[in-house]
Ligand binder design. Structure first.
Ligand code: CA
Length: 230
């Protein structure tokens, strides 16, 4: 059994029931709200650890809920969004959501996203001290400034290094194009998604066996990229 209480904010009753059933079966406690206002008041009065938030609510926009919550809490927020709403997903992530699920999603997907969110939340305080990251046979040592693949050192450019370390520090989490540009290009970041694509292609050629079918950094179409955490 886990101790986390998850608030499920969703006005579509079959979907809400499916989520709560899955979470309860997985050992989580759940609370429910069908509106944004209801969710906000529950967050103030109840002890809630994680929120699953539908963006299309009958009263206030899910985006408004994220903005409000972020004024006082760093709690993990996973948004639930309809397919073909990539812009909305990216905006939700940039507003402060941690991840998203696209309808329809499976129980397996739901539990996987939740595990990543929880892990991130508990790691937040120690994250900045971690210097060695590993996924599969790809390893990055920030102290030694070294990247190895199958125990062989590979040479990356400074920009590729920055890009890879950003993903390593956010393993399992989707990063929006906007966020990556800001973090890797710094203060003078633009909207040059072409430059990011070129940088990503270069990095993939070095770390992926088959850059056309990446194993480590996956493209999240219309939103950004995600480094796998397994
Ligand atoms: Ca809805």
């Amino acid at each position: 059994m886990y101790n986390e209480t998850i608030l499920v904010v969703e006005d579509d009753i079959p979907i809400k029931n499916f989520i709560c059933y899955t979470l309860n079966a997985g050992g989580y406690k759940t609370m429910e709200s069908g509106t944004g206002q209801g969710a906000l008041s529950m967050l103030i009065t109840e002890s809630i650890d994680i929120m699953l938030l539908d963006l299309g609510l009958p009263d206030i926009d899910g985006m408004e809920v994220i903005k409000k919550v972020r004024q006082w809490s760093e709690m993990p927020i996973i948004v639930i969004s309809a397919r073909d709403q990539d812009k909305e997903k990216a905006l939700a992530l940039d507003t402060g959501a941690d991840d998203y699920l696209t309808k329809p999603f499976s129980a397996t997907e739901l539990m996987a996203r939740l595990r990543v969110a929880i892990r991130h939340f508990y790691k937040m305080n120690i994250k900045n001290q971690q210097t060695v990251f590993q996924v599969g046979s790809l390893c990055m040592d920030l102290e030694k400034h070294a990247v190895t693949l199958e125990n062989k050192e590979i040479h990356v450019t400074p920009m590729e290094y920055n890009l890879l370390s950003l993903f390593m520090k956010n393993m399992g989490k989707v990063l929006t194009t906007h966020y990556i540009l800001k973090e890797v290009w710094g203060a003078n970041y633009g909207t040059d998604t072409q430059a990011l694509r070129a940088l990503m292609a270069g990095l993939r050629r070095k770390i992926e066996k088959n850059p056309a079918k990446p194993r480590y950094i996956i493209t999240e179409i219309g939103v950004g990229y995600r480094m796998t955490d397994e």
